[in-house]
Design a protein around this ligand. Structure first.
Ligand code: M6R
Length: 616
């Protein structure tokens, strides 16, 4: 989950590396470091904490470098300290690493028995030693890759510089992301495209068990066994402007406000205009193939898992196929029953989440058809899927996922319509009507974003709540879960989501005067069942109120009864059943955001978290 970058070329290395690390900082922010090679030596700069501190530390480093590497760390082995910060340097080798070397204890014993001194507590330094041993034995970098990687167990990506081949960087990938940015006056290595996007849009993604020797004018990609690969150069469609904050105080707020645009772009790129039949870009399967599926299995983590829960409602209603939803970390270890009649769907904003990627491989091994829903084109999950559905949210940088979630919901909705058409459970006119609801959504979202000031104000009065419960029913239950996750991850307050009907079975014991319960009670238009449920949710609300708990209700505009029963009320526009999770998600995001701001939290980089979880 760390971020790594390397650069060899003619531009100012210090700036390229620091700028790249700032763009990668969402991947980890416990410590950071840069190594610059000039014509005489390798200069090492390492700090505990953020890139801003590293920038200060490097203020005087005004020399001309030939190559450099950088790292921002999310600690796995060893505490966050300068000693454990990367790059690690030993002998001829300077190295940055992302991932986990599982057999590091055994390797460490071996190298210390050879008289080598290990200076840090990290697994990464061991890899530097292993390379150095090979280089000292007069092996080339390429030869060293073959012997060292044969000894490593785990998922990793690393970039290193060798004093013996000073004009090259070596990048190695197995299980953690690494890409090459092919530039005009030099080449880049990075964990993520955001680190290089302001320099180049030409990207070569390394596959597992591949390495690259990267000079300023050429790159050579090979498999571990020495076979050369002709690199496929992808041209990205993201622009460098999208990775700035555009005047917003935080990426999260910017990304919340980008949702109407993300939705519009996602629709435009996924639904093919002018055709009578509903098609979904990226879904390679024919109607006949879609008709063979007797089960859908959706697998994801975190916010993407909440999207999967909403997807279950859509697909079961519109396509009448049973849907299972799993956490990726559980799916891999529960012997799932899948076969060629299963449509497996893997949802991941980053497309790099280690558990989701491993789950995808598991499903393919079991002969399921593996589709993915990702936001990052060319990511590992996308590359290994049979079909790739793309959200067009644009780069999501804030650790708390917002626009990725709502765009995921929109594609899941489209997928349900597509399956419904292919299987004959929806008529063409029904599908058209349902599709039209989605086109209205960006306008409704804009109206909900207009609640920002109200939410900002009301969070002041709720700041003392020590416990937050979020309750909803039916398709609003996953929104309650997502609301709780957003709040807990960026405010560090205790928050849980529950189906409203479950409160009496335990959670109500938590209610006291120091608690706030967020009640989602906005019955969708034309939904008699959920309208009946409104009465039941109101009863649940009264039960909380009777025990002294504060109520923040999110209901339909003009619902004066609900407003009268609540301590605070947010009214959202009436919308359809399918659109309501998207509309209701926005007040959840804003509530978490403003609460975190008023508590003085680091909104975009909350403690202990990283944006992309590339270790198991
Ligand atoms: O990139 P992914 O969608 O696979 O990430 C999954 C989770 O790590 C992610 O959604 C996480 O829960 C977010 N921090 C939630 O805001």
């Amino acid at each position: 989950m760390c971020g790594i970058i390397g650069y060899v070329g003619q531009q100012g290395h210090r700036e390229v590396l620091l700028d790249g690390l700032e763009r990668l900082e969402y991947r980890g922010y416990d410590s950071a470091g840069v190594a610059l090679r000039d014509h005489e030596a390798v200069h090492l700069f390492r700090v505990k904490g953020r890139i801003a501190t590293l920038r200060e530390r490097m203020a005087g480093a005004n020399f001309t470098a030939r190559a450099g590497i950088g790292h921002t760390r999310w600690a796995t082995h060893g505490a966050a300290s300068v000693r454990n910060a990367h790059p690690h340097r030993t002998g001829n080798i300077t190295l940055v690493h992302n991932g986990i070397i599982e057999n590091f204890a055994e390797l460490k014993n071996e190298i210390t028995a050879l008289g080598r001194v290990v200076k840090s507590d990290t697994d990464s330094e061991i890899v530097a030693h292993l390379f150095d041993i090979e280089i000292q034995n007069n092996k080339s970098l390429e030869e060293a890759v073959q012997s060292v990687t044969g000894r490593l167990r785990g998922a990793y990506a690393f970039v290193l510089m060798s004093d013996k081949e000073p004009d090259f960087l070596l990048g190695v990938r197995n299980g953690a992301p690494l890409l090459v940015g092919v530039g005009e006056g030099g080449n880049y290595l990075a964990s993520d495209v955001q680190a290089v996007l302001s320099h180049t849009k030409k990207i070569v993604y390394l596959e597992d068990k591949e390495f690259v020797l990267c000079g300023d004018k050429q790159i050579t990609v090979k498999r571990y066994d020495g076979r050369e690969i002709v690199p496929v150069v992808n041209t990205l469609n993201w622009s460098a402007d999208e990775i700035g904050r555009s005047g917003y105080p935080h990426y999260m707020l910017k990304e919340i406000h980008e949702q109407p645009m993300g939705l519009t772009r996602t629709l435009a790129s996924n639904v093919q205009k002018g055709k009578k039949k509903l098609t979904l870009s990226g879904l390679e399967a024919t109607d006949a193939k879609l008709g063979t599926f007797n089960k859908v299995s959706i697998v994801a983590c975190g916010t993407s898992w909440h999207a999967a829960l909403v997807g279950k409602f859509y697909i079961e209603r519109f396509a009448k196929i049973p849907v299972e939803v799993d956490y990726a970390s559980e799916f891999r270890y529960r012997e799932p029953v899948l076969d060629e009649r299963t449509l497996s769907l893997f949802i991941s904003q980053s497309g790099e989440t280690a558990d989701t990627l491993a789950a995808l491989r598991e499903a393919k091994d079991r002969r399921a058809y593996a589709a993915s829903l990702v936001n990052v084109q060319g990511s590992s999950i996308a590359r290994e899927s049979n079909s790739v559905l793309l959200t067009q949210a644009g780069p999501e940088i804030g650790v708390a996922s917002t626009k990725a979630f709502t765009t995921q919901l929109s594609v899941l909705y489209l997928l349900a319509l597509r399956l419904g058409r292919a299987r004959g459970t929806l008529s063409s006119s029904q599908a058209d009507t349902l599709l039209a609801e989605l086109s209205e959504l960006p306008f409704q979202m804009e109206r909900v974003l207009g609640l920002s000031d109200n939410i900002d104000k009301l969070t002041h009065t709720l700041l003392r709540s020590k416990l937050w419960l979020f309750m909803g029913r039916g398709i609003h239950y996953p929104v309650a879960l997502e609301g709780a996750l957003k709040l807990k991850e960026i405010t560090y307050l205790h928050a849980e989501g529950y189906p409203a009907g479950e409160m009496k079975h335990g959670p109500i014991a938590l209610i006291d005067r120091a608690s706030t319960t967020v009640v989602l009670c906005a019955p969708p238009e034309g939904e008699s069942l959920l309208t009946q449920m409104r009465e039941k949710v109101l009863s649940n609300l009264m039960e909380v109120k009777a025990r002294g708990g504060k109520i923040l209700a999110v209901g339909s505009e003009g619902d004066t009864e609900l407003q009268g029963l609540s301590d605070a009320f947010l009214g959202v526009p009436r919308c359809s059943w399918g659109m309501s999770p998207l509309v209701l998600s926005i007040p959840m995001q804003l509530l978490a955001y403003y609460t975190a701001v008023h508590l003085g939290r680091d909104v975009d980089k909350p403690r202990n978290l990283a944006k992309s979880v590339t270790v198991e």
